[in-house]
Structures are given as structure tokens and as C-alpha cells.
Design a protein around this ligand. Structure first.
Ligand SMILES: [Zn+2]
Length: 248
């Protein structure tokens, strides 16, 4: 049975001398694996459309029997060329790809996750204000996967919180109001708590890396995996090299 879908290519590996196995995040079917015959040949009709971190439209054959599907046609929608020119942007996209590969169940449509991922790649490709991208993506994905945190009211007393929360608790599920915090010292810095408010109000984050780190830990603990996300370590290494920071 032939099926058609948009796909973001997450990973690619050789299968034989001429073939490849490609893993992609499909708009309609979640993460699927594909066998691409003769993909390495110069005359391959697929060319860049199956490069990792590309978005393409594909037609594939779903036999229903195997987890490996055959790609019949592929046409490139976006190669995200500017994302590829910047090491930090590429590393951020790799983290997104690796998390999707590890955690998303196969075969189920996750349209919202797909839209957030596509949007994240587009911002990485088209904007120089990309520092918040991974932090925001992690926040959205936690939401999509059913681990939403409560930002709009206090998790203890239910009082609406319209500004900066007095504290925040990932373990307990969200924001805490000044009354409930009482005489205790907040777990997070004023900067972090302000960034929590900025996330919700779509304002630029002051320290996106800290937000990113906390949401990464939160998501990882909920998705119940101890496996390393290798690209996350790579991202930290990339950032430690000043040369890749083209803005400074
Ligand atoms: Zn409260």
C-alpha cells in the first residue's frame, strides 16, 4: 500500500554497499524506518532529499508486514542550508533529532510534535535569534507528550499567576505563588524565574541554556530513559569553543 507524507530525516546509516536505512519523523505516522535501495549511487533519484536534517515529501510502500518500508519517491522541501553552516545550530538540531528518535513511539501520528520540530528547524535556518529554540522546543514537547507543567496558577493553592512566579518546581509540576513559598528561599534564581514567565509570554529568554538544561532533565526523567543523548554533550562542547559563536 502506497502512502505519502512529509518527513524530517533524523538519521541515516549504510545497510549494504548500495543501500541505506533512513529514519524519519513523518507528519502522519511518527518515526518510521525506511530501506532505500541504490541510494548511494550517483544516479540515485533521491539526492539530498534523504539527507539527515532535511524535510521532504515522500511516497513509500507500507507492506504492513515489516517495520522497514521502501521509499519510492522523495522530493526535497527544505534542506535548511543556513542551519548547516553554523555548528551550534547544527548541534541543536541534532539534539532534537536524537530525542525524537529515542522517545517517540513509531507509527503514531504526532502532528503537533512535527509542527514544533519543523518550526524549530525553520528558526534555526532563518534567524540569528536562535538561542531560545531548543529550550522552547523541549517545553513544547514535554507538553505534547503529556507532561505539561502548570505556569498559569500556583500548583499548591490554585491562585492565578500572571507575572513571575515566586518559585518553580519541576517535581511538583509548576509555578508556586509568594504566599505558598512563605519564608522559604526559592530553588531557582530570579533570572530563571523571570525566564519561566518569559517562556509563557513569548519574550526572549535571558539565560536560555539554563531553561534548556532543566527541561532536558525533566523530559528525560519522565520519558524514563537513562540512555545518553550523545548530541546533548556535543552541543555543550560546541558551545565551549568560542570560534563557533558567530555573533560575538
Ligand atoms: Zn499558592
Amino acid at each position: 500500500m502506497l502512502k505519502q507524507t512529509r518527513v524530517i530525516i533524523l538519521h541515516r546509516m549504510p545497510y549494504s554497499d548500495s543501500s541505506l536505512i533512513v529514519k524519519g519523523f513523518c507528519f502522519d505516522f511518527g518515526v518510521l524506518s525506511f530501506l532505500v535501495k541504490s541510494a548511494k549511487s550517483k544516479n540515485s533519484p533521491f539526492k539530498a532529499s534523504l539527507d539527515p536534517l532535511s524535510e521532504s515529501e515522500i511516497v513509500f510502500n507500507d507492506s504492513g508486514k515489516s517495520d522497514l518500508h521502501f521509499i519510492r519517491e522523495a522530493s526535497l522541501i527544505d534542506w535548511f542550508p543556513n542551519l548547516r553552516k553554523n555548528l551550534e545550530k547544527t548541534a541543536m538540531a541534532e539534539v532534537i533529532a536524537e530525542i525524537l528518535l529515542r522517545y517517540l513511539p513509531a507509527g503514531l501520528s504526532q502532528e503537533l510534535d512535527f509542527r514544533y520540530t519543523e518550526k524549530a528547524f525553520q528558526i534555526l535556518d532563518r534567524s540569528e535569534n536562535f538561542q531560545d529554540v531548543l529550550a522552547r522546543w523541549l517545553w513544547h514537547i514535554a507538553d505534547c507528550e503529556g507532561y505539561a507543567l502548570n505556569f498559569s496558577e500556583c500548583i499548591r493553592c490554585g491562585t492565578p499567576i500572571s507575572q513571575i512566579p515566586a518559585d518553580f518546581s519541576f517535581e511538583s509540576g509548576g509555578s508556586i505563588c509568594a504566599n505558598c513559598l512563605g519564608v522559604f528561599r526559592p530553588h531557582y534564581s530570579p533570572e530563571f524565574l523571570q525566564d519561566i514567565a518569559h517562556l509563557v509570554f513569548r519574550l526572549p529568554l535571558q539565560n536560555p541554556r539554563q531553561i534548556e538544561e532543566e527541561f532536558f532533565k525533566y523530559l528525560k526523567s519522565h520519558l524514563g530513559e537513562n540512555r545518553e543523548i550523545k548530541s546533548y554533550h556535543w552541543l555543550q562542547e560546541v558551545r565551549n569553543y568560542a570560534f563557533c559563536n558567530t555573533n560575538s
